[in-house]
Design a protein around this ligand. Structure first.
Ligand SMILES: [Zn+2]
Length: 268
């Protein structure tokens, strides 16, 4: 009798066939998963491994490097020498001491910020936060606490994600400066700042922030850094800085991922 035709031969043949089928199925489902769930670069939509922006798009960001205004962090076209301030810093000195940002707010930066803020691309926060920690090293070396700019609870609920808080946590891990997450509160709903003039932005956020009474001890006498995704006119962080200073913060600096840079304004 043929060995393959015996009952045990048929059984082992079936086992082998089933094993092969299972193996093929597993390989196929892995393939399907690989096809269905690659991370796409948030900017160019090419598949990327690991973090959510490809090397080419990352390299396309305009990282801010010296020379820049020591107060506002606005990049200078040429180096005017140490301690020389920008026109803006002299004309409109903010409540905060210094501001730094990792990149200029251009198309790629805008795509990253919007994806983090509105599209739940939380996978972008680690890379963005690491660059912020690098850009803000000078400030972080002297800081006691990080204060993320709070969302209003209604807006926070609809978006369910505070991008400033996520960035602050990454910066905290990088620098060891702790996050004072619930200290600064939005006490008044504000309109979106988009589309408002500089003066409108300032009045829109005036008095909108407050340090919670039971959290004043976390701020009083401390050197704080406000953390936000983008600095446009600085009206929001200025209002936040005033609230921290009213709670007797020793000093307030600002660290953002991106900042708007007006290319037409030359340094003094
Ligand atoms: Zn890309």
């Amino acid at each position: 009798m043929d060995a393959e035709a015996s009952p045990s031969g048929i059984a082992s043949h079936l086992r082998r066939a089933l094993g092969a089928a299972r193996h093929a199925l597993a390989a196929t489902s892995r393939l399907v998963l690989d096809i269905a769930l690659p991370t796409l670069c948030v900017s160019c939509r090419e598949p990327v491994h690991g973090e959510g922006v490809c090397a080419a798009c990352w390299a396309g960001l305009s990282f801010i490097a010296p020379p820049f205004c020591p107060r506002l962090g606005i990049p200078f076209v040429y180096d005017p020498g140490p301690e020389l301030l920008s026109m803006e810093a002299i004309a409109n000195p903010p409540a905060y001491q210094r501001a730094r940002a990792a990149v200029r707010y251009d198309d790629v930066a805008r795509t990253l910020v919007h994806a983090l803020k509105y599209q739940d691309r939380t996978d972008l926060a680690p890379a963005m936060g690491r660059w912020m920690a690098r850009a803000g090293k000078e400030l972080l070396d002297e800081a006691d606490v990080l204060g993320p700019v709070p969302l209003h609870w209604r807006r926070g609920w609809s978006r369910r994600y505070n991008q400033s808080g996520a960035l602050a946590r990454v910066i905290s891990n990088q620098s060891g400066v702790r996050v004072a997450a619930e200290s600064l509160r939005r006490v008044r709903a504000t309109e979106q700042q988009i589309g408002l003039s500089r003066a409108q932005r300032a009045s829109n956020v005036q008095g909108a922030f407050k340090v919670a009474a039971d959290r004043i001890a976390e701020i009083q006498g401390r050197r704080a850094i406000l953390v936000d995704d983008v600095l446009t006119t600085g009206a929001t962080v200025d209002a936040c800085a005033r609230a921290l200073l009213r709670a007797k913060a020793a000093q307030v600096d600002v660290l953002t991922f991106a900042r708007v840079v007006d290319n037409h304004k030359a340094p003094i």
